[in-house]
Structure formats: C-alpha cells, structure tokens
Design a protein. Structure first.
Length: 210
C-alpha cells in the first residue's frame, strides 16, 4: 500500500502516519527526516540539498524528488510506504509522476481551521526534556511545569497563533489544490477528523478498505 497523507499543519498527519505504519507494516517517509539523513550520509543529492540550505534557500523540487526517489528504492519500501510532508505543491506532484512514483491512495484529513488554531495554541513543550503537553487534552499536573523533570513549559514559536495562521494560509494556497489533483486521478480519500486519535485511525483504515 503506497500512501500520501494530506492535511493542514496540526491535522495530526505525523501521529496518524506513525499509527498506520505499525498497522500496515510499511515505513513512514517524512521529508524532513530523509532530508536530514541524506545530508548526514553525504549522498550526492544530500550534498546538493545542503548547499541550498547553507545559503538559506529553499531546497528545489527536483532535489527533494531526487532524495525521495533514492529513499523509496530502499529495501524496506518494496511493500509500500506512507509519505508525510510531500508533495506540498502541484509542481512537486507532477514531478513525482514524471519520476514514475505512483500511489494507491491519497488520504486527506479534514479538519476546520478553528479547531487547528485551538489545538496548536494549546500545545506546550518542556524546555529541558522536550516532553509535550496540551492545556486542554493533556494538561500538566502543575501549570507551566513539566511532570517528568520539573522543567519550564513553553509555547513553540511554530504554535503561536500568528504563525499557525500564516502556515494555514500557505497550506490553503499551495497544498490544498492537491486534493483536486488527486481526485481527478481517482485516488483521493477524504477522512473527517474524529474526536479521538484512535477513531481517526479507524476511519482512515475504513476509507482504505482495511
């Protein structure tokens, strides 16, 4: 099963990718992780990506697609994979098609912007040990203090309301058009976000006929 997970930032793609990876026994390929691994391993495409990043530029699509193609050729991907974080744009999706990368389904986690704002603005992380909390869903025992190590809980810059708002704008402008792109190809499976993580996982598995 070769899957793409789509959804706005904060929709829970990373969490669902992890759970689906275990249930379907296929690896999750996260763009950020493979980019870091390719740079660390000094692969030719990794070195090319590093030169753009060192110059403070965005890594061009063809380099990203090159790194993904390298990763998908590895042994653990032969029975399928879950792509998280790519493609982000129509141009990337077209480049992947040209490279011969095909998918069985594209799952889009549907969630309202208001809910994402609420979810992200409630997130807190421990400055010392990195443990994460949520003011409503998983609150710490003492306000502002980590249960595990007693460190100070802070809001990541990424989760500040103005940052979340601008990330949502970018998603609606650049990534959301992919839904129509994949719908035309008969691959799109929209899944409404459920009240619990487990219910959302089950809804995705049903949409995939599992």
């Amino acid at each position: 099963m070769k899957l793409i997970l789509l959804g706005a930032p904060g929709a829970g793609k990373g969490t669902q990718a992890e759970r689906l990876s275990k249930k379907l026994e296929i690896p999750t390929i996260s763009t950020g992780n493979i980019l870091r691994a390719a740079i660390k391993n000094g692969t030719p495409t990794g070195l090319k990506a590093k030169s753009f990043m060192d110059a403070g530029q965005l890594v061009p699509d063809e380099v990203i697609i090159g790194i993904i193609t390298e990763r998908l050729a590895e042994e653990d991907c032969k029975n399928g994979y879950i792509l998280d974080g790519v493609p982000r744009t129509i141009a990337q999706a077209e480049a992947m098609e040209r490279s011969g990368i095909v998918f069985d389904a594209v799952v889009s986690i549907e969630i309202a912007d208001e809910e994402i704002m609420e979810r992200m603005s409630g997130r807190r992380v421990c400055e010392s040990c990195g443990a994460s909390y949520h003011l409503a869903a998983v609150p710490p025992k003492r306000e502002g203090v980590c249960d595990s190590c007693g460190g100070k809980l802070v809001q990541r810059k990424d989760d500040a309301p103005e940052t979340v708002r601008s990330r949502l704008e970018v998603y609606h402008r650049e990534t959301e058009p992919l839904k129509a792109f994949y719908e035309k190809r008969g691959l799109l499976k929209p899944v409404e976000n459920q009240t619990t993580v487990e219910d959302t996982t089950q809804a995705i598995l049903r949409a995939l006929g599992r």
